[in-house]
Design a protein around this ligand. Structure first.
Ligand code: CA
Length: 230
């Protein structure tokens, strides 16, 4: 039911925040608003919203940084609110994990439609992921219940870190991960290395699963990180 969805809007322009909040409440959403990054992040933490609307330019913190911090914790969908001139930021925003963006000034009806589309997509992905205990990508099979990885039917021995990287990437073919994202998702707070140490994990992982003929499964995205080719 749509009227059970909770949203957090992080936007310092009061007029936009208020109009958006009122409109979305009429549409049946429960909306919490914050005027800056710090209070926005704590709202997200306390309210566990289904989706976050995030302005890019906030008084205390860049919206991209807010986006990155939310992503460190979970996969709450994020729609960025951007100005026309912020095209580069939009691209970076999508790279650091935002799900969609809308350009200001936007129509509230369109925003509501985008919100519903992103919510629908996320639910479908969640369902798929739950079902996908065995991930099959090309000649690679990962049984996430038995912690077994096979390449061409042959068992592959991976370290726990390599295994986590592989599962994360293989679950999201085509999505670009930065080294830092991979580090944080795989090692949590415990990571002590720096981003380049991810290159070693990736390189070892490649030796084990990527002896394919010039068609690598894990590709370097120059200047950003890596992605899994499904
Ligand atoms: Ca702003």
């Amino acid at each position: 039911m749509l009227n059970q969805y909770k949203l957090v809007i992080i936007e310092d322009e009061e007029k936009i925040a208020l109009m958006t909040k009122e409109y979305l409440e009429k549409e049946g959403f429960v909306v919490f608003a914050a005027k800056d990054g710090v209070s926005g992040l704590s709202l997200v933490k306390n309210k566990s919203p289904h989706l976050v609307l995030l302005d890019l330019i906030l008084p205390d913190m860049n919206g991209l940084e807010v986006c990155r911090r939310i992503r460190q914790v979970d996969n709450t969908p994020i729609i960025m609110l951007t100005a026309k001139s912020q095209e580069t930021d939009r691209v970076v925003g999508l790279e650091v994990g935002a799900d969609d963006y809308i350009v200001k000034p936007f129509s509230l009806a369109e925003l509501a439609a985008r919100i519903r589309a992103v919510l629908r997509r996320t639910m479908e992905q969640d369902n798929q992921q739950r079902e996908e205990a065995v991930i099959t990508r090309g000649d690679l099979t990962i049984d996430t219940e038995k912690y077994l990885v096979k390449k061409n039917e042959v068992d592959v021995e991976l370290t726990p870190t390599e295994y986590k990287i592989l599962v994360l990437m293989a679950r999201h073919p085509g999505r670009i991960f930065s080294r830092l994202q991979l580090l944080e998702s795989c090692l949590g707070d415990a990571y002590s290395g720096y981003e380049r140490s991810m290159d070693t994990h990736i390189s070892n992982l490649r030796k084990k699963i990527d002896h394919s003929n010039g068609n690598p499964m894990i590709v370097t995205v120059f200047g950003v990180g890596y992605k899994f080719n499904g």
